[in-house]
Design a protein around this ligand. Structure first.
Ligand SMILES: NC(=O)N[C@@H](CC(=O)O)C(=O)O
Ligand SMILES: [Zn+2]
Ligand SMILES: [Zn+2]
Length: 425
């Protein structure tokens, strides 16, 4: 089937300029991009005045299937992705069973295929059941389709285990993606060790709990040459370590979440698990360092760490409730409103860090609007302003601290390989 996305405002990521263009899609691929395209066989969708960008890519989501289908399923997570303007997402393996076997990888991929609303990439675990005791069969995982390995949810405790994992992953061409957390420092904490923790007498998680792993892993990776990627970077010290490693030419990359870019511990109104996530919201100064790191390229990409939990679990108190907040359906409007409109990032910088750059660092084929590429296209209404209302989410997770925030820049049309996955235009 042919489609024309007509009169869109296409953003040139290099120059930041916007050009009015039509996109002709045929057979799931972009066939033509030009000022005026006509084709009598094509369905025309007029998106006059709306921003047209490559389908957004989120390299860090938790879809909870298999095992925790009350929190999210691959189908509901994919629907949330589509509504949020995402066409490609990468699923973390901390499911039950953990995605540590080829069989589970195949199961997740086939569920994603059935749902059909997002392109789902799958991370395999580094260690069996993410227990840090024994490496997974990375070769088998790769054959089954994983593109990278991680034990997200927990840090890999043993340096020896991490080093061996890096060697094995590197020999297979798999990036090692790390949740950096030294649990001897972090254990029992529910918020950042800082102003808020002190005020409320809560046990804090210090920044070093993250930075120690970042530093350790950079040292371990140096000789091996593996692509090492830091998940949800949150502390100033970690940013510094990644910056230095990059300056030395090491293949190190990092991601930051929308919440760590927009919030700090002082923004937490009172102890309430909607504000509980791992790593925790850190200090104002850390938040500033993340923004600087993103601007100077130390931090490569933005990823949501979409982590749905049930309302029941998130109603528990701060110490008992699970860590995590959802992100797919709010990421773009939040970042557009609070970073682009306020002049912190340009629109081209924001879009780049959510499309082209993730594709580049992980060697994917997506994230670009160009002839001959898969037609992953997201159309955004930059003027539409709405309050964030968790009851309207496609995600089963309603856990967000951003409920009630009035934001602009909502995705109104998402196409995955030319097929409509979200539309309100
Ligand atoms: N980020 C979180 O707060 N929670 C994640 C785990 C993780 O990303 O480490 C989860 O699985 O719920
Ligand atoms: Zn994590
Ligand atoms: Zn995560």
């Amino acid at each position: 089937m042919k489609r024309i996305i007509k009169n869109g405002h296409l953003l040139d990521l290099q120059t930041g300029t916007i050009n009015k263009r039509d996109i002709l899609i045929d057979n799931g691929m972009i066939q033509t991009i030009a000022e005026n395209v006509t084709d009598p066989e094509a369905e025309v969708i007029d998106v006059a005045g709306k921003l047209v960008v490559p389908g957004l890519i989120d390299m860090h989501v938790h879809f909870r299937e298999p095992g925790f289908e009350k929190k999210e399923t691959i189908a509901t997570g994919s629907a949330a992705a589509a509504k949020g303007g995402f066409t490609t997402v990468a699923c973390m393996p901390n499911t039950r069973p953990v995605i540590d076997s080829p069989e589970t990888v195949r199961q997740v991929l086939s569920r994603a295929q059935e749902a059909g609303l997002a392109r789902v990439l799958v991370y395999g675990a580094i260690t069996v059941r993410e227990l840090g005791q024994e490496l997974t069969d990375m070769e088998g995982l790769k054959e089954a389709g994983v593109f990278a390995v991680t034990d997200d949810g927990v840090g890999v405790k043993s340096s020896r285990m991490m080093k061996e994992a890096m060697r094995r992953a590197h020999s297979l061409g798999l990036p090692v993606v790390a949740h950096c957390e030294d649990d001897t420092l972090a254990k029992g904490g529910s918020v950042h060790q800082g102003v808020f923790a002190a005020k409320h007498g809560l046990k804090g998680i210090p920044s070093e709990a993250e930075a120690i792993h970042v530093g350790r892993d950079i040292l371990l990776a140096e000789d091996i040459g593996v692509h090492y990627h830091v998940c949800h970077i949150s502390a100033e010290q970690s940013v510094r370590l990644v910056r230095e490693a990059k300056q030395r030419g090491q293949k190190v990359t990092a991601e930051v979440t929308p919440h760590h870019l927009l919030l700090c511990d002082e923004d937490i109104p009172e102890p309430n698990a909607m504000w509980k996530m791992n790593p925790p919201l850190r200090s104002k100064q850390d938040r500033q360092a993340l923004i600087e790191g993103l601007k100077d390229g130390t931090i490569d990409i933005i990823a949501t760490d979409h982590a749905p939990h049930t309302s029941e679990e998130k109603a528990w108190d701060m110490e008992k409730a699970p860590f995590g907040i959802v992100g797919l359906e709010t990421a773009f409007p939040l970042l557009y409103t609070h970073l682009v409109e306020k002049g912190v990032l340009t629109l081209a910088e924001l879009v780049d860090k959510m499309t082209r750059k993730p594709s580049e660092i992980f060697g994917l084929q997506y994230g670009e609007l160009a002839v001959g590429k898969p037609a992953d296209v997201t159309v955004i209404d930059l003027e539409a302003e709405r309050e964030i209302d968790p009851t309207t989410f496609k995600s089963l997770g309603r856990n967000t601290p951003f409920a009630g925030w009035k934001v602009k820049g909502w995705p109104v049309l998402t196409l995955l390989e030319g097929e409509i996955t979200w539309r309100e235009i």
